[in-house]
Design a binder for this molecule. Structure first.
Ligand SMILES: Nc1ncnc2c1ncn2[C@@H]1O[C@H](COP(=O)(O)OP(=O)(O)OP(=O)(O)O)[C@@H](O)[C@H]1O
Ligand SMILES: [Mg+2]
Length: 381
């Protein structure tokens, strides 16, 4: 079966498209491409939040759905496949809000899957998180289930860390030795991105070089590390509606105003590396290797600091395990779509806290054999 995974994560930088062939109990990445989200749409998505008018959300749902459809069609064209060769598209959509706490327990991903199914002519699966939430879970992270399926070893404990806007960790014990655990550790790139955007007008701190030009501030770091989320036991998940510059200012506005902007960036890098390492380095860990995926794996200063903190655990890339780090999350969505059409539960209650395994996602049939023939990527604003 060939499945497509469409993903846009908390960084809101790009739509990731992975074409994945599933065969013989494994999977092979046939094609991967990242389509930058057009600036006007990025801005509208970044501004959306708990107080957005419903009209604005409805519009974003339509625009993101059309963009995702375009990206899927363009990737099919680039990979020299026909739409009829694709069994299913999985679409994560773009998260606007994620509220896992029991008082609300809901999450919203926009990107109308009806449009994706109709415009591509391909069966589409979306809304992967909310059945787990209906079953009392966090609806996140979903990646540990895919990590277990793809990376779990017979004899070794492996740790996988995905550094997207938010960072999540999966601890994979040897296959016969107990449950997989995993959770969101907190900020991945999100604070680094937002701080460099505010002070330097750039989308990200390339290679972590700006952070490296400053020095971490001990008082600021202590104020940020005191955030209760970091010491809360799992299950736990979070999003950009919690970790953002408002959070930074609420915890330490007086300090960020006094400290040089580059030193704040250095502190945020240190915070990101430490909260990931602290989450993994429990006294009982027997892991000797950790593998990193996500855009944060391109931040060489962040990875270098993480490696120092993780020693003697060796830090590598999921590329060593056959999954290119940029493509990992989109491959996971393709896998979730495959699980859905095969009727296989894909949540891990040991990770999300759900009462039981459940089938994730809803299926949208194209309802027509017509195939869209034009590729409108440039025109989608
Ligand atoms: N060369 C680079 N140097 C530093 N950071 C980089 C570089 N390239 C990418 N990044 C970081 O990676 C981010 C994008 O990562 P990614 O797409 O994995 O995150 P995401 O979209 O939030 O995904 P998800 O939340 O699903 O994991 C960028 O916003 C940026 O912070
Ligand atoms: Mg991304």
């Amino acid at each position: 079966m060939i499945a497509i995974g469409l993903m846009s994560g908390t960084s809101m930088d790009a739509v990731d498209v992975a074409l994945v062939r599933f065969a013989g109990g494994g999977c092979e990445l046939l094609h991967y491409h990242q389509y930058p989200i057009p600036q006007p749409l990025q801005s509208a998505l970044r501004e959306a939040g708990p107080n957005s008018p419903v009209g604005g959300i409805v519009e974003l749902d339509a625009r993101v759905g059309a963009l995702f459809a375009d990206c899927a069609l363009e990737s099919i064209r680039r990979s020299d496949l026909e739409p009829s060769e694709i069994a299913v598209i999985g679409s994560h959509g773009q998260t606007l809000l994620h509220h896992p706490d029991p008082s609300i327990r809901n999450t919203l991903q926009v990107g109308d899957p009806n449009r994706i199914a109709y415009l591509t002519g391909i069966r589409t699966v979306a809304d992967f998180r909310r059945m787990d939430m209906a079953a009392g879970g966090q609806g996140a992270p979903l990646a540990p289930a895919f990590h277990a399926w793809r990376f779990q070893a017979e004899n070794a404990t492996r740790i996988i860390v995905n550094i997207g806007g938010i960072a999540n960790v999966s601890v994979l014990p040897p296959r016969a030795a107990g449950a997989v655990s995993g959770f969101d550790t907190g900020p991945g790139n999100i604070l680094l991105d937002q701080w460099v955007r505010r002070h330097r007008g750039r989308a990200w701190d390339d290679g972590g070089e700006w952070a490296a030009s400053g020095a971490p501030d001990a008082m600021l770091l202590a104020a940020l590390m005191a955030e209760p989320y970091f010491s809360r036991p799992p299950p736990k998940s979070t999003g950009r509606d919690f970790f953002n510059l408002h959070w930074l200012e609420a915890r330490a506005a007086n300090l960020t105003a006094e400290i040089a902007a580059a030193d704040v960036q250095a502190t945020l890098l240190e915070l990101t590396a430490r909260t990931i390492a602290d989450a993994i380095c429990t006294p009982t860990t027997t892991a000797t290797e950790m593998f990193v995926s996500g855009g944060g794996s391109r931040n060489s200063r962040l990875v270098a600091r993480l490696s120092e903190l993780m020693a003697p655990v060796r830090v590598g890339s999921t590329a060593e395990l056959g999954v290119p780090p940029d493509a990992a999350e989109a491959m996971m969505i393709a896998w979730l779509a495959k699980c859905r059409v095969e009727g296989v539960p894909a949540n891990l209650p040991s990770v999300t806290g759900a009462e039981r395994p459940v089938i994730l996602g809803a299926v949208y049939e194209p309802g027509t054999k017509l195939q869209a023939t034009s590729y409108k990527l440039q025109g989608n604003q």
